[in-house]
Each structure stands twice: as C-alpha cells, then as structure tokens.
Design a protein around this ligand. Sequence first.
Ligand SMILES: [Zn+2]
Length: 439
Amino acid sequence: MQQQNPESLTHPVTPLKRKSPMRLILAAALLPLFGMVTAYGIAPDTDTRDIPVQTLIENLALPQVTAMPGQAAQVFHHEEKVLPGETLGALLTRLGVSPQDNALLLRQSAAQIGRSLRSGQRVQAVVSENGGLMELLVTAPDGSLKRISRQAEGFVLDQSEAALETRIVMRSGRIDSSLFAATDAANLPDSVATKMAEIFGTQLDFREDLRRGDTFSVVYEMDYRNGEPTGTGRILSTEYVNAGKAYRAVLYRTPSGEAEYYTPDGESLKKGFLRSPLEFSRITSSFSNSRKHPVYGFHRRHTGTDFGAPTGARVKAVGDAVVSFAGRKGGYGNLVILRHNNGYETYYAHLNGFAKGIRRGTSVEQGRIIGYVGMTGTATGPHLHYEVRIGGRPRNPVTVKLPGSPPLPVAQRARFNEQTAAWTQRLDQLRGTNLAALD
Ligand SMILES: [Zn+2]
C-alpha cells in the first residue's frame, strides 16, 4: 500500500520555500519510544543493507508551525486504525494532517511507511492546530516501530525493533470457593495459577486440599512489547497457606543452568512424587484392607486409591520412571505400570487409552501424560485406580512416605541465597498485604 502524490512527481518544486538541499543522513542516535529500545552495534564489515535500525533524514523545508503570541502551540493526538485498502495519503487525511504535510511526507517516506501498513494496524499522529504533522507513529505487526518526527531539518524517520521488556508482577488473594475464582479475583492469569498448582504439586492436591480462607501469593514475570502485555513468564516465588500451614517455593538456577523450584530452605520441590496423577480430581474410594467391592459385592482388600474423573481426563506420571507394563491386564483393564527408583512402582488402571509413545521400556518424566481415564476392566464408571507399591507390596498412596529428592548441595547455598532472598522477601511483603485484607 504505497502512494505517490502525482503532483509531486510532475512538480518537483514544492510551493514551500526549500531551506536546504535534500540529502540523506544516517543518524547515530535512536530515540527511545516506549521504555527500552534495542541498540545495535555495527561491525566494520557489516553490509549496510542489513542494518536493522536506521534513520533516514531527508531534509525538506517544512511549513512553520506557528503558535499564537503568548500561547503555547496546541497539539492534537489522533489515533486511527488502517482501513482495508486505505492509502497512506487517505490515512494521513483522517489523522488530521494538512494537505501540504501530507504531500511532503508522501514524497519523502511513502515507500518506507506505506510498505509497513496493514489493515487494522494502529497509527498515531500528533498534529498541530493548523494540521502540521509533529509526529507519526506506526506499529508494525511484528511490534517494530516507525516514527516520523518533525525536526528543524525536516521530517526524520527512525525505526526501532519492538521494545521488549520483562516486568515483575506480584499478586495475592484468598480462597473463597475455588482456586480459579480466587486467582481471577486477584487478576492472576490462569496460566500462572496453573503453574502455581504445578509447583506445589508434590505437596498439595489443589482439588482435595483446598480450604476456604487459604491464601496465596505469587511473584512472577510478565512480558511486554511496546508497553503492552504479551504473555506470562516464570514464577519467581510463590506461597500457598493451606489450613494455616505455609508452603513456599522459590525459583533457583543451578550452575549448570537448570531452573528448579525449592523451598526457601533449599528442599527441592521438583522430584519425589506428585500428590495426584490427575490434574483435578477427587478421591472416591480410599485404600482399604477390607471394603465391599462395588462389582463383586464381597469384601476384599482395595489395593489403591480411586480418583473420580471423567473419561478422557489426562493421567500423569507421578515421578520420573520407566514404563514396565502398558497393556491389558484382567480386572485392571488397560494398565500402565511405572518403575521408579528405590523399588517404587505405580499402577494406573481402567484407562480408556494410552498416550502416544507409552510402551514397555519408555522413559517418562514426572508430569508426562501417560494415558486417559476410562472404565476398562472391572469398573462401574470412569475413574482412575492408582496404586503405589514398594518392593511389590501395595501401600496406601495417600499416607505412604514418598521418595524425596536430594536437597540443595551445601556448596550452592550462598548462590541460592543470593538468587532467592529478594523473592522470599517479596512473599513476606505480600503476606502482610493478605493479613491486612483479612482484618
Ligand atoms: Zn480401585
């Protein structure tokens, strides 16, 4: 979408008085527009056509923008979206730019600006009382910015890459009904709420353990482009107070570059077993040495825990493991057996189906989806039958001592404290806010 003013082609001399000859200047400095602007160094052998940020100044005489005596020049800010098929000239007119400046700009920069115009794109202009263009801002779809500004020597075009920045956001709240109701009320994005539930996944089952009056605090990163939020980043620290007991996690980057969550005391939260192999579930039948079997009607030992969940709900590996069985097995129906370290095994039964790649010998990471809830085998309705066995003996998954993971090495203690102290402190501040909110 470009447009040349036909008049400027046939009449190369504008009616305006030209103050200096037209020339091109590569400007050295960039003007930061919104926050940070990426700066580029140009190596001596750089092909100048590839310089990503450049400034062209075409010196054209500009009409004087005069202010009334004793009165500051008044400027107007306009913002418009590019209409389908709209030319640059038509857009400038809608933005209140005078015909003179419109023609001047078209002659000078039509190619550079017009090329980057897309329907629906935002364009902002600062225009003087008499239509003189003071500044034009075009945000390209990739977030880069083109800025035309009126300067003494003429219109100056400079371009900068999208201004990317990461901000730290703190949120806290209190549970009244559900986790997501509370996080919504606290204006916490769902993706952050889900991450928080994952971080505490080895300590809390967010469906089962949630209590009214529980509080949470989260310190997390938020990505911005040109001042507008584009996505959430990592959680740096978080606290969940469940029935009066506080759980805390801080992000720590090991010398080898792995980022993992620890308690502020240096206990790893990553390893061990998840509290639940399902994202959201409730226990419908507990481990028992004698219960009335729902199908057979007689009393027999229930060797695991049943989690009520709809058909198709995703089943996760509770810990790092190797698949030792994936197939059909009697009353278990479709069954996955995982072999973990230290003689631990976990069973996932009645599955509707197996996740892709899950077969005997497959290595799985904690949290990987291994299958989907169903009612194959002996089951009255869709649910997950989950077992934990140690040395081949079934144990109660809810009370069994689950395998831990090594705490932070002493040698990394100082590094850990240096990285995490500030984020732990933020949690203390947020805790204060929460208590105040409850009073
Ligand atoms: Zn069962």
